[in-house]
Write a new protein. Sequence first.
Lengths: 126, 233
Amino acid sequence: MTPIRFTPMARRLTGALTLAVAAALPLAALAAEAVQSLKLQVNGMVCSFCAQGIEKRLQALPDAGPIFIDLRNKVVAVEPRAGRSLDAARVASEVREAGYEVVATETVAKTVAQIRTETRAARQER
Amino acid sequence: MIHCTLPAAWRRRAGIACGAALLAGVPAAFALPMASEGSWMTMADVNSGGEHDIAVNFAVTGRDALGVMATRWTEPVRHDGLHEQHHVRESVGLTYTRLVHRWNLPHAQANLWFVGAAGRARGHGWAGERSFWSPAVMADYETTRLYLGAGLEPKRGDGGLRHDTAWVRAGFSFYEVDYEQVQPWFIVESKRVRYAQTTRHELTPMLRLIHRGLFVEIGRNREGTQFNVMWAY
């Protein structure tokens, strides 16, 4: 079996890449911890037409970033744009203005991507 | 001379709405008859039985929408009490849609709607155009798996114009989906249309597909195929 031989340039590149990934991982974790997303429990949000109206209003908020809508559990999750924070009362008000009832609001130290992944994982476990 | 200046985004959306309306040919039986505030909705129904509708409306508030609607229908007309002929009628009018009340429940939503329309109608056997008015009432109840709806849409006008529609719909979704996925439903509609001299009944099983703001129904009854589409944008 022929051993794989790396050229000096390939070794340097591999080393640099490893260092960069190792440095980025804790930074990404810190960034995720710093994010304060909002989770709202919304009564009446049962169809994609309803969700679309809510999504449209929230997207228009200057501080709102990624949005995740979980129709099965009637949850709307909103992440603030980088470097900004969300006004929970304003977000809840927008959902009410769209015609739905907000029964609970919760701030969580997670990104919307994490909330989406956890929601889907929990669904698969059931 | 009065100039009407609309924002560019409104002009663009109005253009899309008109384009969609023309492509569909003619408008509508509705599930939710309006979109969210600041959004357009285009609805079209095409039915082999001769009932065609197309409607476009714009939600000026979360509860009110203004729009236009065109309807074309084939009306059975009796002669000598025996022979039946079919006369084609057409109407065009303005519509006002009002969400009268919404009940937001933990796992369901129910709505009561009013849709008023008024305009002009013309057709075979009529001398010229005549005015019509239509005060319709609709109600629906929906969960992520169950749909129930009913509506009463009387259309009356000068010279004995009558085109009253009453419908009931019930159905279920095969499974729950995420917001990003297409959701299939099985719906059965029972519809009764009363004209000036006759009445027609239809029972139509339909497949409904919903994806975000797009809603499509395809069904078949004794008279042929029924196709409904709604698009909120």
